[in-house]
Structure formats: C-alpha cells, structure tokens
Design a binder for this molecule. Structure first.
Ligand code: GDP
Length: 309
C-alpha cells in the first residue's frame, strides 16, 4: 500500500479534531452505528480536562489504496523540539485556519518550522459555514502570512480548499458541491510526495514520540527511515554518540488504523509505526538492526517548556 505522511497544523479551536473525525468517518474508519465516545485526537485525560490537544497523536485513513498517516502537532509552545521531530516524519502538512478568525499565533509557530523544513503545505480555510466567515480575506491573510514567514515561491503557490469540517465537506470553490471531503483526500494524494526511503537497507527508525500506555507499557512511535521492521527481530537502541542504550527485540509492532493501533508483523521504510517491548529506549534514539552502528540524525530533546498559552 502506498503511504502519505502529513502533519496537521492549526490554532486551538480552529476545528482540527472535528475535521479529523470527519476524515475518519468518510474513509470508513468508523462503522456506521459505532458510537464514538471520544473525539479523534483528544484521547488523553489531561487533554480532555483542558479541552485542548497537547500530545502528538497519529491517526490513519485509507483513501484510494493509500494509507494517509496524519500526525497532530502541538499547537502551543514547543515541547522540547517535539514539533520538529514530528515534522521530520512527514512530507506534507494541512494548515487549517478558521474562516472567521484567520491565522493566529499557534498556526504561525508551527508553520514557521514547517516552511523552514521545506514542507509545501495545503491550506484549508475551515468553518466557512460560520455566519461571520470571511473566507476570501482569510485566504489572502494566509498568503501574506506565508510571505512574511519567508515562504519560497513554491510554498507560496499553496493549494487551498474551503471547508466545513462540521458539515463534512471541502471544495476548491466556495460555491462548489459541498458534498464530502473527497477533494481534500485527493489533494493530499496529489500534492504530498510519498516517502522516498530505502527499503532494502538494514532496519532503522528514530523514536520520535514516547508514551506510557497502560497495557503496552513504553511505546515509541517513529517513521521507519530505512529497511523493514519485522516482529521479534533483534534490535539495538543507539544514542546520538553511538552508545548502545539497550539490546532487545521488537516484541510488539503496531500500525495506525483510524483511531486504533493494530498489531502487525511487518512494516517498511516510510511507514510510521509504534513499537513496544523495549525497556530503556527513549526519544530521540535510533532503534535499528544490530548491524547499524551509527544513530540516525535526530532533533535533540530540550528541557520541556511548560508555558501554556
Ligand atoms: P480543535 O481545537 O482545533 O481540535 O477544534 P474542534 O474540532 O474541537 O472545534 C472547536 C469548535 O469549533 C467546536 O465547538 C466545534 O464544534 C466548532 N467547529 C469545528 N468545525 C466547525 C465548522 O466547520 N464550522 C463551525 N461553524 N464550527 C466548527
């Protein structure tokens, strides 16, 4: 199956969770009568309490035989380089902007980093159903923002869709058919490059997101940078300086399906997976086949800045 890895960038409340829910629904990730007790990207209790998305989460939808892994980016002050580590796993981004409010600081913060990394974002002007929506003005504001943040000509030439995540549609024109999100899925497939990584080299991935799962224990998520991950394969965990942190096996390999993580036997370069079963590995260490002796380049972890906006 082909893969696209994208980040989603939005100011809090601009409709990220609602849009991702709709993307999941329309790609059939939810069964018809399934009650979705919690919203897509708000699973963490702390997040639910505060009503905002804090931790990076990976969601995946399948569209036209392509798996689209969607990674949420924290919208506020950086958690020790987390935004950069997430952006390093993706080849594209959706910048979601509220059609009434326009681009706000959290959008700028992550967008600056995405542009610096050479990502060519897709812009979605969302909530155009709002009474006070000013979609064309906001489109222009986003263009000006890209320019002010130093976007290249190619980045400035961003594709843009108007959308209502709540109503579940996206269209190139404001007076389009307003039918569904097919134009957005199609744009992701056509505008974002598939990851071009060597599948035949020895396996290596960078642990980019760390979570403590009540059932699985320590779970590390990252993109496979080269080779293939196979269940139970022996691995070593390497620090930036080449120190071996631990030697172990990939006893649990997980891939993202909708909101769930499912157990898999194998995955290849380009895919974003989660592994469990290692006891000491942490971010941003390299998990690799024993024959790999150097760590992959990674963004170091800064002391966390807990400044909440
Ligand atoms: P997030 O913080 O970016 O994840 O935003 P949410 O998806 O939680 O949405 C924030 C608020 O905006 C909620 O009250 C939603 O019901 C509302 N909302 C989301 N999408 C739309 C939309 O397309 N149109 C309108 N009018 N409201 C929306």
């Amino acid at each position: 199956m082909e893969i696209r890895n994208i980040a989603i960038i939005a100011h809090v409340d601009h409709g990220k969770t609602t849009l991702v829910d709709q993307l999941l629904r329309q790609s059939g990730a939810f069964r018809e009568n399934q009650v979705v007790a919690e919203r897509a990207m708000d699973r963490n209790d702390l997040e639910r309490e505060r009503g905002i998305t804090i931790l990076a989460k990976c969601t995946s939808v399948v569209w036209k035989n392509t798996r689209i892994n969607i990674i949420d980016t924290p919208g506020h002050a950086d958690f020790g380089g987390e935004v950069e580590r997430i952006l390093n796993m993706v080849d594209g981004a959706i910048v979601l902007v509220d059609a009434a409010e326009g681009a706000l600081p959290q959008t700028k913060f992550v967008l600056t980093k995405a542009l610096a990394r050479g990502i060519k974002p897709i812009v979605v002007v969302n909530k155009v159903d709002r009474q006070d929506a000013r979609p064309d003005e906001v489109h222009n504001e986003v263009f000006d923002l890209f320019a002010a943040l130093g976007a290249s000509d190619e980045q400035l030439d961003f594709p843009m869709l108007f959308a209502s995540g709540r109503q579940g549609w996206a269209d190139v024109e404001l007076d389009g058919p307003k039918k569904d999100l097919a134009p957005l899925y199609d744009l992701v497939l056509s505008h974002v490059n598939p990851p071009a990584l060597n599948k035949d080299a020895p396996f290596a991935m960078v642990a980019s997101i760390l979570e403590a799962d009540p059932f699985l224990g320590r779970v590390l998520t990252g993109r496979i940078e080269q080779g293939r991950a196979k269940l139970n394969m022996p691995v070593r965990v390497l620090r930036a300086d080449g120190t071996v942190v631990e030697t172990g096996r990939l006893t649990k390999l997980l891939s993202f399906r909708g909101l769930d993580r499912v157990v898999i036997e194998e995955a290849e370069a380009g895919d974003i997976i989660a592994v469990a079963g290692l006891s000491d590995a942490t971010i941003p260490e390299t998990i690799a086949s024993p024959e790999v002796t150097a760590a992959l380049p990674a963004i170091p972890v800064d002391p966390p800045t807990l400044a909440m906006t």
